[in-house]
Structure formats: structure tokens, C-alpha cells
Ligand binder design. Structure first.
Ligand code: MSP
Length: 497
């Protein structure tokens, strides 16, 4: 089995500042990257920015600056947010970088030389906001409000020549498009005849893009340019051994709205270029705000920076990962955020550390007691911890992140209950060794729970592990009897409503 793990996020348009939806995909990728690093996978995590095309050109014009300057001013907003959110990406790609332009032009030339690109006069309907030609039927659907009649000469990619091959590939590779209902959606779409893809824009209409290598009057369609970022960053065309090492990607994480581009355009482009297809394209749902779509005009857009400032990074990461069932939409409300924080983080998780450390301070001079011979109760807990570790592994690999987190929390709740039942604060008066064994068992369980949660909450779990004077690992016995616990702030102070 290959020991490499390559994961990507979409590259975000720089027409606006990042919001919670962008933060979500990036955090999800980060959690998966951290989890795989912990398992020993050689991991490559890529995110970046989509800087060409009409949307960006328009945004630049609105701010009265040139498009490159606009991109240069926007990029730090994303980079800084990722730093704030403790995103551990290995590379950050911007499509205006020379390394990317070069690869896009080589890719285009290759597909052109193969005979898969032709020029044609197109006369038809064009959606300005979607930046693409649309069919009569789409125009009638009423979802486009900015349709123009256009007649122009353009270059087309012979996407329909790959339709059959793509259908076969999807049917043969069960995990290629996930979740299952998205795969069916694409197969449904592919039951209709596929059109060829218009991959150019005449400079007379749009000049913010990468010039076609075979016709300088045109720039590349923004999606054809953007999708290629996933191979640029691995060294395609420039560093063969790096490319071979990382490609094909294990996961392209995307939102459901950009599924067609990823599951139809991109694979057919790769088939034409003779490159392997990514292993999995995973489409998640949308974050709604108070049950409706987030939009500037409605004024319900959630800004991740405000949340971080008020509640800290890890609770935000935790909430986003815990609340969304991957594949479905989820609803963001402050009410559910605060409930989740207070019940899971303050009451269950933070409180367990407090109880353990207070008792060890008070009764054992702050020295972690001996684990001693485990009794039946402790053996059951130790076994449950072992089982939890292997279950979490399976759940995360199957993208059931919310369930994995819930399982860890249930384990933590169980340890709180064990503390209640055993009441070491009473027992210590008559049998200090037995009370010590209970505190050791609870502390060790908490250590394992924290280690499992570390990809989701890297910062607070490391504070917890430091407080217990121990390190991250998921094997029983990492807590060291005889070592001194350290003072710490309350991990998750309750939010007063
Ligand atoms: N630039 C393209 C992607 C090119 S990838 C080769 C793009 N950019 S985007 O900035 O508009 O959107 C990026 C991602 O954010 C998409 O996956 C989209 O689904 C996601 N989200 C935008 N709003 C969202 C929510 N409210 N909730 C969750 N994700 C959402 O499309």
C-alpha cells in the first residue's frame, strides 16, 4: 500500500474575502492531513487561490486597481486566515504564479497536439456570471439572470470524445466520486449527450487569463486553468519524481456546486493528457446560516475571524467538524455553536481534565500516581480505548468525521461516569493506592481521547497533554506515573449565555 497521502481544497476566487464556507473545506482538509501524518503517511496538503477570469477582473475594476494588484492585495487575507486557523498546508498555489502559467500552457499544447482542441464559430447563449455558454434548456430553467447572445470564434476541447470512457471509469471505480448520491448525479448528467468544452475567451472580451500557447488573441477559460493547479503543485512537467510521488491525488475536497467541473471537465482533461485520474473527488454540502444560503445581500455571512476572536480557534474547528454530516448541508447558528461548546467542550472534555488535575494536586502533591494492577473495571476501559482507536481510524478513512468525533466524546463521557461511580475523592481517604489507580486510568483515557482529537483541535489538545506532562500517542500506557503535572488555564471556560 502506498504510504503517501495527497489532499487538496478548491482554490478560492479572490473576488471577495474568505467566509466560513471556505474555512470549512480548508479545515476539513487540514484535519485529514493531520490525521494521516499522525498515522505515518507522507502527506502533501495543497490549497491556494484562483486568480484569473471574469469574476476577479470585475472585482479588481470595482476596487479601481489592476487585476494583479487586486490579487496581491487579496492573497494575504486568505494566507493570514489559514495561519489563524492553524492550517498546516504544505504548499499554497496562486494561479498567477509563473510555475502555474507554464504548466497550463504545456498542458494545453499537449492536448492541442493530440488533436483534442479545435476552433469553431459559436453562436448562442452565454451566462455572464457563470462565465460559460449555456443551452436553451438551461436558459429556460430561470436560474440565469444575465444571459447574453454571443457570436464568437473560440477554441473547444473535445470533451464528448471522452464521455464513454469516463462513464466506464466511474462505474468501475466505486470510490471515485463520493458520496454515492453525487456519483449518481454525475452518471445521470452523463446519460445526456455531452457537449465539447469551450476553453478560450477572446482577449477583446476578457484579457485576465493565461494566453493560449497556440493563439495569442485568446486567454484560457478560467476553469481549464484552475483545475490544472492540482498537478502544477506536484511538479508536473518540471519535477518528474515529485509528480510521480504525489499524483494521483487521494482526495480533491470540493463543495457540491463545483462537482461538474471536477467530476467531468477535470477527468476528461486528464484522460486527454494521458494522466491518471484522482482517487476520490469528495463533494460536501453547504453551510447555511439560519437555514438560508449565506449571502452578502441578506447579510447573514459568517466571518470566521470574528468567531475565532471571541471563542478561540479550536472550538470553531470542533464545531464545524462535529456539526456537518459530510455530504449533507448543515446549518450554522450561534445558538447551536454555544450549546455544542458548553456541553461537549466545557462540560465533558475540559471538565475531565480539571477534575483529574485538581485531585492529583490535592492528594498526590501533583505527582501522577502509579497505575498498579488493573482491576476488571480498568481493563474494560483499556479495551474500550483500544477499540475506539481502531474505530476512529476506519471512520475517518470513510469520511465519517462527525461520527468519529462523537465516538471520542462518548468515550470521554464514559470516563466522567467512571469517575462519578468510583468517586476517587472519597476513596482516597481509605485507600490511596486504589484512588491513584482510578486517577491514572482516567488520566490515561483522557490522554488517548486528546490524542485522537488532536487533528481537530491541535492547539487545545497540546495544552492538555502538556498539563499532564505527556505526549500524543494512542497506545495505552503513555501517561507516566511519577511525573509532575503542570498548572494550566481552564481548557474551555464555559460560555455564559
Ligand atoms: N475557484 C473555484 C474553484 C476552483 S477549484 C479548481 C470556486 N471558488 S469559490 O471561492 O467560489 O468557492 C470555493 C469553494 O467554497 C467551493 O467548493 C464552494 O462549494 C465552497 N463554498 C462557498 N460557499 C459555501 C458555503 N456556504 N458552505 C460550504 N462551502 C461553500 O468555486
Amino acid at each position: 500500500m502506498s504510504n503517501t497521502f495527497y489532499i487538496t481544497t478548491p482554490i478560492y476566487y479572490v473576488n471577495d474575502k474568505p467566509h466560513i464556507g471556505h474555512a470549512y473545506t480548508t479545515i476539513l482538509a487540514d484535519v485529514l492531513a493531520r490525521f494521516h501524518r499522525n498515522l505515518g503517511y507522507d502527506t502533501f496538503f495543497l490549497t491556494g487561490l484562483d486568480e484569473h477570469g471574469q469574476k476577479v477582473q470585475q472585482a479588481a475594476a470595482e476596487s479601481n486597481v489592476g487585476p494583479q494588484r487586486h490579487c496581491d492585495e487579496m492573497a494575504p487575507q486568505f494566507i493570514e486566515l489559514w495561519e489563524e486557523l492553524h492550517i498546516s498546508n504544505d504548499d499554497f498555489i496562486r494561479t498567477t504564479e509563473p510555475r502555474h502559467k507554464q504548466v497550463v500552457q504545456e498542458f494545453l499544447q499537449q492536448v492541442f497536439d493530440k488533436g483534442d482542441i479545435y476552433q469553431d464559430e459559436y453562436k448562442g447563449l452565454y451566462s455572464v456570471s457563470e462565465e460559460r455558454f449555456i443551452t436553451e434548456k438551461e436558459a429556460e430553467s430561470g436560474q440565469f439572470h444575465d444571459i447574453k447572445k454571443l457570436q464568437e470564434k473560440n477554441y473547444f476541447f473535445k470533451m464528448k470524445d471522452y464521455q464513454g470512457q469516463l462513464i466506464e471509469y466511474i462505474e468501475e471505480h466505486e470510490t471515485f466520486i463520493q458520496p454515492e448520491h453525487r456519483k449518481n448525479e454525475i452518471l445521470g448528467f452523463l446519460r445526456q449527450p455531452l457537449s465539447d468544452l469551450c476553453i478560450s475567451r477572446p482577449k477583446s472580451r476578457l484579457n485576465w487569463g493565461i494566453e493560449l500557447p497556440f493563439d495569442q488573441d485568446y486567454v484560457t477559460y478560467v476553469w481549464f486553468d484552475a483545475l490544472i493547479n492540482y498537478v502544477t503543485a506536484t511538479g508536473y512537467g518540471t519535477d518528474d519524481s515529485s509528480f510521480k510521488k504525489w499524483w494521483p491525488a487521494n482526495y480533491h475536497l470540493i463543495g457540491k456546486d463545483i462537482l461538474t467541473a471536477h467530476a467531468v471537465y477535470w477527468p476528461t482533461m486528464l484522460l486527454s493528457a494521458g494522466l491518471p485520474l484522482p482517487k476520490t473527488i469528495f463533494a460536501h454540502g453547504w453551510w447555511l446560516s439560519g437555514e438560508s444560503k449565506m449571502s452578502k445581500s441578506v447579510g447573514n455571512v459568517i466571518n470566521p475571524l470574528d468567531l475565532i476572536e471571541e471563542y478561540g480557534v479550536d472550538p470553531v474547528r470542533y464545531y464545524l467538524m462535529r456539526e456537518m454530516v459530510l455530504g449533507q448541508d448543515a446549518n450554522f447558528t450561534m445558538d447551536s455553536f454555544i450549546k455544542r461548546y458548553n456541553s461537549d467542550l466545557a462540560n465533558d472534555f475540559g471538565n475531565l481534565l480539571n477534575r483529574i488535575s485538581t485531585l492529583i494536586h490535592k492528594n498526590y502533591d501533583g505527582i501522577i500516581p502509579q497505575s498498579r494492577e488493573l482491576t476488571l473495571d480498568e481493563k474494560v476501559i483499556k479495551d474500550a480505548a483500544g477499540k475506539l482507536v481502531s474505530e476512529i481510524d476506519g471512520k475517518i478513512k470513510n469520511m465519517k468525521i462527525n461520527e468519529a468525533i462523537e465516538d471520542i466524546m462518548q468515550f470521554i463521557r464514559r470516563i466522567n461516569k467512571y469517575m462519578e461511580e468510583q468517586a476517587p475523592w472519597k476513596l482516597v481517604k481509605e485507600n490511596k493506592d486504589a484512588a491513584g489507580r482510578i486517577l491514572y486510568t482516567a488520566g490515561e483515557s483522557l490522554r488517548i481521547g486528546a490524542s485522537l482529537l488532536s487533528p481537530v483541535m491541535p492547539n487545545r489538545t497540546s495544552i492538555l497533554l502538556e498539563a499532564l506532562n505527556t505526549r500524543e500517542s494512542t497506545e495505552w500506557g503513555g501517561l507516566k506515573s511519577g511525573s509532575k503535572i503542570r498548572d494550566h488555564q481552564p481548557l474551555f471556560p464555559r460560555i455564559q449565555v
